[in-house]
Design a protein around this ligand. Structure first.
Ligand SMILES: Cc1cc2nc3c(=O)[nH]c(=O)nc-3n(C[C@H](O)[C@H](O)[C@H](O)COP(=O)(O)OP(=O)(O)OC[C@H]3O[C@@H](n4cnc5c(N)ncnc54)[C@H](O)[C@@H]3O)c2cc1C
Length: 445
């Protein structure tokens, strides 16, 4: 049977678009299929902060950060903890990726028109010993234009490919099967979903109008993760993280449903490391949701006091921005689905941020004036202020006693003892009265 294209790419997210661009550059004919409507072209990346992992960049050097391939590779090994037979390919991939990040990645992106904001963030600091989890130095480079800024050049190139007759974009095409002949994947089959006029990121109809089949020499699966499929998350939840929470929010749109896992497995693919999942504990409900159970991750900055549901400080190094998975394991042991950040108005104005392109309109809109105003002038950035006022998980009060009362009312369980919380606040604050300190969080600041 004849081919419809040289290559079929399943998924029109950033991974699928980048793969398609490489194919266009090689002069190949590509079909990109995606279950969502055209409005969601680009997938999750549109919503992202566009934080890029770069090693030994000019932005780092300008800030006096001395980074290297060796340091980054050791950091990667410390975080990945490769210790299984099935880690062979992930390890090879990681080696190539760290070399890319320390080598041509920046120039490759810049050549395509991506601009990098001159401030480098420090994600996942670790805080244990040198050979274990974490980034030894700040490496989180934010794209000027956030997620949409990362997508832009790749969308443009794919559109050019379309105009040149090399690319066909087929939206509302949900793949349910891989066509295998003599052990080789020769195409995809699935269902065409009814037209949908929902806006970007919103859940779209799953009503099927007909079937489809497409054939090509190769099929690339770029279908994203499983984050919006809580059943799949729970089914693969590792024992080392304790029991999965009963209540979760979703940082990703509904289309991140992991449906291709089953499709690929049925065709003979071997999925590895499905228990090595990543979750943040600092998710709050979005007061203005776009997708189902829409959660936004708080980037709390270094100073907020982090307490568990019983009002006790989290032990070091489980401080804001240090070790997400160890924090999750710790909180699961305590057994409640929430923890608390206690902070003042000054801290929220200076440090607090929310992860997501729509929560950072200054950076997303390439707007220097707004960026300077929001970051340097008094008052919290508008999206943060909106969450403070309207977010279901936020509690604001003029005194600590009133705050603790409101926190207890919010959870419906009087788990917090005022005296305990006050003691934690006083003890921590007393550590700020000196230029010396024994408190790990203050030392890290
Ligand atoms: C709020 C937010 C902030 C983030 N911040 C950062 C950051 O700062 N730095 C960073 O590196 N990463 C960040 N990320 C993560 C990053 O954006 C994602 O990992 C990345 O965009 C995933 O791209 P992808 O192409 O693999 O998957 P997706 O964007 O999920 O695209 C997959 C596509 O496949 C389609 N698909 C799935 N199954 C099928 C099927 N059966 N048939 C047809 N189509 C199918 C989906 O509809 C979707 O369009 C963030 C994500 C979010 C949501």
């Amino acid at each position: 049977m004849g081919s419809d294209a040289d290559v079929i790419v399943v998924g029109a997210g950033l991974a699928g678009l980048v793969a398609a661009c490489e194919l266009i550059d090689a002069g190949r004919r590509v079909i990109i299929v995606d279950q969502e409507p055209a409005a969601s072209l680009g997938g999750q990346a549109f919503w992202s902060l566009g934080g890029l992992f770069l090693v030994d960049s000019p932005e780092q050097r300008r800030l006096g950060i001395r980074d290297s391939y060796e340091l980054a590779w050791n950091d990667w090994l410390g975080s990945a903890g490769f210790d299984r037979e099935e880690d062979f390919w992930p390890r090879r991939w990681a080696e190539a990726y760290v070399a890319f990040a320390a080598g041509e990645k920046r120039s490759w992106l810049v050549q395509r028109g991506i601009k990098i904001f001159p401030v480098v963030g420090w994600a996942e600091r670790g805080g244990w010993l040198a050979g274990t989890h974490g980034n030894s130095v700040p490496r989180f480079h934010i794209t000027w234009g956030t997620g949409p800024g990362v997508l832009e050049p790749f969308v443009q190139r794919v559109r050019e490919g379309e105009a040149a007759g090399l690319v066909q974009l087929k939206f509302r095409h949900r793949v349910t099967d891989l066509l295998v002949e003599n052990g080789v994947v020769k195409g995809v089959a699935g269902e065409v979903l009814e037209e949908s006029r929902v806006e970007r990121g919103q859940p779209s109809s799953r009503t099927v109008v007909r079937g489809f089949e497409l054939r090509a020499e190769a099929v690339i699966i770029a279908s994203g993760g499983i984050g919006a499929n809580f059943d799949l998350v729970r089914a693969n939840w590792p024992e080392r993280l304790g029991k999965p929470p009963e209540r979760m929010v979703s940082g990703v749109p509904d289309h991140v449903d992991g449906s291709m896992w089953g499709v690929a497995e049925r065709a003979g693919a071997r999925i590895v490391n499905r228990d090595r999942m990543w979750h943040y504990t600092e998710g709050v409900q979005n007061w203005s949701p776009i997708w189902s159970r829409h959660g936004i991750r708080i980037l709390p900055g270094p100073s907020a006091l982090w307490l568990d549901a019983l009002g006790r400080r989290l032990p070091p190094p489980l401080m804001p921005g240090f070790d997400s998975l160890a924090t999750l394991a710790h909180l699961r042991k305590i057994g409640f689905d929430w923890s608390w950040f206690i902070l003042t108005q000054r801290i929220i104005e200076k440090e607090f941020a929310l992860s997501g392109s729509e929560q950072n309109p200054d950076l997303t809109g390439h707007n220097w004036r707004l960026t300077i105003r929001q970051r340097l002038m008094p008052g919290a950035p508008a999206p943060v202020e909106a969450f403070k006022r309207r977010g279901a998980d936020f509690v604001v009060a003029d005194s600590l006693r009133e705050l603790v009362d409101k926190m207890n009312r919010l959870t419906g369980e009087p788990l917090l003892d005022y005296a305990q919380v006050e003691r934690e606040v006083r003890l921590r604050d007393a550590q700020l009265e000196n230029t010396f300190s024994k408190d790990a969080q203050i030392m890290a600041i």
